[in-house]
Design a protein around this ligand. Structure first.
Ligand SMILES: C[C@](O)(CO)[C@H](O)COP(=O)(O)OP(=O)(O)OC[C@H]1O[C@@H](n2ccc(N)nc2=O)[C@H](O)[C@@H]1O
Ligand SMILES: Nc1ncnc2c1ncn2[C@@H]1O[C@H](COP(=O)(O)OP(=O)(O)OP(=O)(O)O)[C@@H](O)[C@H]1O
Length: 285
């Protein structure tokens, strides 16, 4: 985060569900999750400047996907922090929208970080931000986290280790509730209790590969192109783990080093110029 007296810039990293186990469903319809979450160093940028009124401007490659409606998560987050204060907020939208990488949630969390500094206020709690979205609590404290409940029960596991990641989105927006609705089984096993040390990267990634994203199957049923994305990542030399994030459609690959990561990203970009492809590293706050 960079700050001057009257302006603060905060990064809104892409969220990755390294695994996402759906373990039950509450009477209100929300699903119980058991997920490991980390963040990638590709994302949006929020700049907040002191002003009398609250306003939002948007630019960037995915700005057109977002209408300038009053319900943008950035404005909802600002009003949640203080409904009576003003700021001129600019969002540079570099992440695809409705893509399973929590772009809107990360924008909301970055807005809260920026405005808490600008307005000299404490950050809200997980319970306070949960009504804005189930992914917002985890986006408040980027690092490696276990996320349970419907997204509010967080166990910080320290910083994410150094990882070489490729993210690929085939250019389709997926509705999170529709993907949850397609789940055939809602009471799947939680994460096993024996997670290796994340800094023993090879054995940790091997353990992750044995876990699941339970939303992957219903997402592929809704959008079969996700299967093509997974195959494209899987075909690249040096991949150690290939999986979909969140409710899709973005998938990621973890590669053994920066050279195989960059070669994979270049190969997929060449083969599918219409897809969004990002080569990245981990991001910790
Ligand atoms: C799938 C994940 O991305 C995993 O990190 C999140 O659980 C989704 O988080 P989100 O997009 O912030 O979700 P919200 O905006 O709160 O909810 C959108 C819709 O997704 C479904 N939903 C979401 C979270 C959850 N634990 N159970 C659900 O069933 C509900 O139908 C809800 O109405
Ligand atoms: N700043 C924002 N960025 C992206 N989406 C936003 C924003 N504000 C509101 N939205 C709305 O939120 C919806 C979900 O967008 P988002 O990009 O966060 O989805 P997602 O990546 O699938 O999230 P998740 O991984 O949390 O399910 C979009 O349909 C969009 O209309």
């Amino acid at each position: 985060m960079t700050a001057s007296k009257d302006s603060v810039t905060a990064f809104a990293p892409a969220k990755l569900n390294l695994c996402l186990h759906v373990t039950g469903q509450r009477p209100d319809g929300y699903h119980e999750l058991d997920s490991l979450v980390m963040f990638a160093a590709t994302g949006d940028t929020i700049t907040a400047t002191l002003a009398d009124d609250l306003s939002l401007t948007i630019d960037g490659p995915f700005a057109d996907s977002l209408s300038m409606e009053a319900d943008n998560l950035v404005l909802r987050a600002a009003r949640l922090l203080d409904p009576d204060r003003g700021a001129r907020i600019h969002l540079h939208k570099a992440l695809p929208v409705a893509a399973g990488i929590g772009g809107g949630s990360s924008d909301a969390a970055a807005t809260l970080r920026a405005l808490a500094t600008l307005w000299d206020m404490p950050l809200p709690t997980a319970a306070e931000v949960l009504p804005l979205g189930a992914d917002i609590p985890v986006c408040m404290h980027p690092g490696l986290l276990r996320m349970e409940g419907i997204g509010e029960a967080l166990t910080p596991l320290g910083p994410a280790p150094m990882l070489d990641i490729v993210l690929v989105n085939p250019g389709i927006a997926l509705s999170t509730p529709e993907v949850f609705k397609g789940l055939r089984c809602k009471d799947n096993p939680p994460l096993p209790g024996d997670m290796p040390d994340p800094f023993e990267i090879d054995s940790w990634v091997g353990w992750l590969a044995e876990q699941r994203n339970d939303l992957q199957e219903p997402a592929i049923a809704a959008a079969p192109v996700i299967g093509e994305v997974l195959e494209a990542l899987d075909a690249q030399p040096g991949n150690q783990l290939v999986r979909m994030s969140g409710s899709g459609a973005t998938c990621f690959g973890i590669f053994e080093d920066a050279a195989t990561r960059d070669a994979a990203a270049a190969a997929i970009r060449t083969a599918r110029p219409d897809w969004w492809v990002a080569a990245s590293e981990e991001w910790n706050l």
